[in-house]
Design a protein around this ligand. Structure first.
Ligand code: HEC
Length: 151
């Protein structure tokens, strides 16, 4: 601030200095919103951290995934074959979408329907925002393996 006061030149210069200060403050705010050290310029979707998903074909994992699909309330809004409920039919979702995309949709649907073009379109069609179901990282691959098994 003292540097601003020392400027004796015409008002224009002070204005430029003031603008620089406010631009810096704005930049700061943006960094904070971006969260923990995401790549500069990375989109909010890029910044969603999800584990690397491997589909399991072990029956025990698929059975656990099926239980979780009910326990987490997914079945209140999604069918696996037979058409749309509140949300899209999830039959074949593992074929039509990338694994990491599905993982992000399950973990951070709120960010996805605001920032991801495909999820935005889905929201336009279904008109209900999918809520986050509090799926744990360890549960995620099990649920997804169940979807894969019913592809
Ligand atoms: C309250 C209803 C609701 C619940 C509960 C819900 N979803 Fe959704 N889901 C939706 C809607 C609606 C969409 C479409 C996007 C939107 O409008 O948010 C969607 C989209 C999806 C998609 C993308 C589908 C596609 O065609 O690409 C996946 C995958 C998905 N949900 C998985 C799940 C899983 C797994 C659970 C449980 C952990 C779950 N959802 C719980 C409503 C729900």
């Amino acid at each position: 601030m003292s540097s601003t006061r020392r400027l004796r030149g015409p008002g224009g210069l002070i204005l430029v200095a003031a603008f620089a200060v406010s631009a810096a403050a704005f930049g700061c705010k943006k960094d904070q919103a971006g969260g923990e050290g995401g790549a500069p310029g990375g989109s909010p979707v890029d910044q969603i951290k999800v584990p690397d998903i491997q589909y399991s074909s072990a029956q025990a994992d698929i059975d656990k995934g099926k239980e979780l699909f009910t326990a987490k309330g997914c079945n209140a809004c999604h069918k696996l074959g037979g058409g749309k409920l509140v949300g899209p039919d999830l039959k074949g979702v593992t074929a039509r979408r990338d694994k990491q995309w599905i993982a992000k949709m399950i973990m951070k649907p709120d960010v996805m329907i605001k920032e991801d073009p495909v999820a935005k379109e889905l929201f336009k069609t279904h008109l209900t925002p999918m809520p986050s179901q509090g799926v744990a990282e360890a549960e995620l691959p099990l649920i997804m393996s169940y979807l894969k098994a019913n592809e």
